[in-house]
Design a protein around this ligand. Sequence first.
Ligand code: 4AD
Ligand code: MG
Length: 432
Amino acid sequence: MEQIQIIDSKKHVGETVTIGAWVANKRSSGKIAFLQLRDGTAFFQGVVVKSEVPEEVFQTAKNLSQETSILVTGEIREDSRSKFGYEIGITNIEVVSESHDYPITPKEHGTDFLMDHRHLWLRSSRQHAVMQIRNEIIRATYEFFNNNQFVKIDPPILTGSAPEGTTDLFETNYFDQKAYLSQSGQLYMEAAAMAFGKVFSFGPTFRAEKSKTRRHLIEFWMIEPEMAFTHQEQSLEVQEQYVAFLVQSVLDNCEYALDVLERDKEVLKTYTKLPFPRITYDDAIELLKKNGFDDIEWGDDFGSPHETFIANSFEQPVFILNYPKAIKPFYMKPHPTREDVVICADMIAPEGYGEIIGGSERATDYDFLLEQIKNHGLDEKEYSWYLDLRKYGSVPHSGFGLGLERTVTWISGIDHVREAIPFPRLLNRIYP
Ligand code: 4AD
Ligand code: MG
């Protein structure tokens, strides 16, 4: 008997096959048992009809408890009533391993309870759908950057530098030295861009931020492209093409997952229209003030209500350009005609999901950067390699960082970033 995976059912209609699966749910009467089966690739229904199978098979089916692992044998048939479209008419069941008192039942559970059982919660259909979308975004990221001649370069995780400021670093001992877990690979990616032209990284990032919001993780994954001989305007074009490509890839390849999550596909389609709108920081402040936000002044960073209001003023993700120098990192290129702002942009996702990309053109002047490093209280010696990049053939270059989990949260249409990563690290959680 051929052993197949549920996802491949459509290729085996009318054939008798075996599938290794878990019992996600069960309904049975005296005559028929409906098993909701999952094997990691998909969920579908198995049907056991008492009058069509040996009595012990029907009894086994009736006694199956949630999450028992089984090998089922039967014929694949079309099932027009289900979203998945196929089911299996079971003729035999072999129990692989029993499961008793599975903690997550079809009733409602609180989020803390589910988070404590994250190792099991991942099996549920909603979590499965979110992880499928995450996987598609990862796959499409590699496709996009490979198609566009970017080289993948892996920056270190243990570092001595702090590109995004020293307040949220995870410190660790590195033998007789101090080291930090990377909060961004950007500075290394700048070195890589000078060696390979267009590069991107895709790795874990750590921020000891005392933020307890639905957008903040302590450990998250970031994609950081960096491009030599590239100004900010060209970088913005790459960013909007990349994000539109991610949305289109999820629409093309994750229809079922989007349906499970009841995500409106028509709304997602509007996010593939280019270009994305752009608004300056100055104009964004004006817009907020005109609309009754008196809790913000020029020079302040946006809070999430501000970002949401700005995003709601547009249909697509929006770029906010040229923030005040004082609230941005040391490496950003100063504006050519204004002292007070830098050449940068954040991309704000629609529907209140907030910032998904932060990026900028990078300062190229040695003396300017050295002064910035000192002004930001950073150790000059630690950045001497970074300054070297401005000594030996410095060129205009730009780059950005996209937060994977925020992007997954937005495209999936879920409420909280903690469900967009398999095992979230949150302010008060490192278990499981
Ligand atoms: O804006 P950030 O801090 O930018 C950088 O780290 C730059 N060095 C990137 C670059 O230019 N190469 O972070 C980039 C993105 C944010 O827009 C957000 O999507 C995500 O990373 N991010 C977080 N995601 C989840 N939890 C957190 N605590 C995050 N902090 C940032
Ligand atoms: Mg940012």
